[in-house]
Structure formats: C-alpha cells, structure tokens
Design a protein. Structure first.
Length: 240
C-alpha cells in the first residue's frame, strides 16, 4: 500500500525485499547505501524485524535527515522534550493528531488517554499529545482498572493490539475515539475465514462517542499519507 501510494502521488519508491534470514550486517549495508544516496529522501525499515536482528542497531543507523518513520532516538528524544522539534514525527501518531486537527477537536487542556505504550504508536502519540498541551495518561497491560481511566478521557487513542478491548461503556459521552488497532479475528462467514477489527468495540462505542474512527479505513490511510508528507518534507529540506 505504501508503494501504491507513492506511485499515485508521483514519488519514486525503492523496495529492498530481503529474505527472513538476512543478517544484521546485510540490512545495515542496505541502510548505509540508502543513507549515502542523494536521490533518497526517506528510509523506512518495516517492523517488526526477525528475532535474530537487533532492531535498535538498525534504527540507529538510519540517517536522522532520512528517518521518515521518526524512530531514531534523536527524533524520539526531541519529540519528548519541551522546546525541541524532531525532524520527523512517527507517521501513525502524526496521523492521529492530523485527524483531530482537521475535525477541529480541541486538544489543549483536554484529558487524553492512550491505551498501549508501544514504541511505534502508544509512546510517541502520548508524547505528541503532550506537545499539543493535552493532559495525557497512558494505560497498559499492568494498569489496574483501565476502564475508569479511559472513561475520564475526552480523547481516547486505542493502540494496545487487543481486539475490541475498549468497550462501549468505557467511553465518556461525546469523546473522540481514535482506533489504531489492526487485529485479525476468526470469521467463518468470510471467504478468508477472518475479519479485521480494531482495539475498540466499534458498534457499541459509536453509540456513545462524539467522533470515532473505523477499522479498516480510519487511521491506516492516514499513516500512509503522513509517510508521504514526511518524505516530502525531508526532500524539501534536502533541496533547501
Ligand atoms: N510496522 C507497523 N507499523 C509500522 C510503522 O509505522 N513503521 C514501520 N517501519 N514499521 C511498522
């Protein structure tokens, strides 16, 4: 889908498809080659990587000027700090904020609860909401009584990777609910035998929420749009 989106907007994309047993050194060599290529303005290493590969070492090797995923520790560090701006903000968190801004949903001073604390979504989206002056809580697998915390939220970002864990009665009436989950559950009525659902029980939550994103078709397309946006911004910086 990322490749298709690049073609649609006229952006050149190079795919380096490596076998599952590719060594860490091989991956690093490819990253270094792309770092050095002046025609390349964005590098994304698709995660998760196989177990034998040190993810941290690979992500640290990506040039910060081409880190369109925003996962380099320097970019993440600046995302967390007051008065600092990262070169790139991770795509899914950036897409969540973009949705709120476009729908003119207030963020400043609002209670935001992020369900999940992954490096890819939960943690950076919490840091980004903090930059936009929300009062942010993160709930996770060790949190006792997630429901009562979520129930206080004006903005809920569900990114736990647990199919339909956020129930309708967890949602404060009128809240904005952004569902980042992509979970495949068994569904014998489908030809594929499975169905894609989010982390939120959409049918019930939509009766209570003021605003809610569906799965599929909500955050997913935004993530790709933000990847293209980050790449364009990187290219503009490189040419300026
Ligand atoms: N795997 C799942 N989501 C992402 C993402 O946003 N970036 C990368 N690189 N890998 C992912």
């Amino acid at each position: 889908m990322k490749r298709k989106a690049c073609t649609e907007v006229g952006m050149k994309s190079i795919s380096v498809d490596l076998p599952g047993d590719a060594s860490e050194e091989t991956i690093l060599d490819h990253v270094m080659e792309l770092n050095a290529d002046p025609e390349v303005h964005g590098i994304l290493v698709q995660l998760p990587l196989p177990k034998h590969v040190n993810e941290e070492r690979i992500l640290n090797a990506i040039s910060i000027e081409k880190d369109v995923d925003g996962f380099h520790p320097l970019n993440i560090g600046k995302l967390c700090m007051k008065g600092r701006e990262p070169l790139f903000v991770p795509c899914t968190p950036k897409g969540c904020i973009e949705l709120l801004l476009r729908m003119e949903i207030p963020i400043k001073g609002k209670r935001a609860v992020v369900v999940g604390r992954s490096n890819i979504v939960g943690l950076p989206v919490a840091m980004l909401l903090n930059k936009y002056d929300a009062t942010v809580s993160i709930v996770h697998s060790s949190t006792t009584d997630c429901k009562s915390l979520v129930k206080e939220a004006d903005i809920v970002i569900a990114a736990a990777g647990q199919a339909e864990m956020v129930k309708g009665d967890w949602i404060k009436p009128g809240a904005a609910v952004i569902d980042v989950g992509t979970n495949y559950v068994k569904d014998p009525t489908k030809k594929s035998g499975q169905r894609l659902v989010g982390d939120v029980d959409f049918t019930e939550a939509k009766k209570v929420a003021g605003w809610i994103t569906p799965v599929p078709g909500g955050v997913g397309p935004m993530t790709i749009a933000m990847l293209l946006k980050n790449t364009l911004e990187g290219a503009k910086r490189a040419f300026s």
